[in-house]
Design a binder for this molecule. Sequence first.
Ligand SMILES: [Zn+2]
Length: 140
Amino acid sequence: MAEHGVAKVWRKQQEIYRIQGNHCTTCDRHFFPPRLVCPECRRQGNLETYKFKGLGKIHTFSVVRQAPEDFKRQVPYIVAQVELDEGPRLTTQIVNCDIESVYVGMRVRACFRKITEYGPGGIIVYGYKFEPTMRVTGHE
Ligand SMILES: [Zn+2]
């Protein structure tokens, strides 16, 4: 693919994969993934689209050492439940972080990475992952 085409696709991906959920103006809660109805307010709820800042902290995590075929090159890797600053939790891969350095409560931010590719020159799938907000310097 030409340089130009890649840049164009990248811009589009940024839009598609921005972490988008919603916010209920009645109870001020945020939801991800987006809900059709606020589970708190039901019919009194008023949901609006909300783009998350992509900042949060690690709530729980585990290190994956065995992976399906498409992810084999990446093992071991960290999968965490991240609690966004706005409240919702989501499950995501943590990148740019040593498996020895990850801890519960670590501040992380969303970054957009290639998740998998199909065959030579095939389709590349992008999505959000999270990385530490502070560069982890490793061993002391
Ligand atoms: Zn509500």
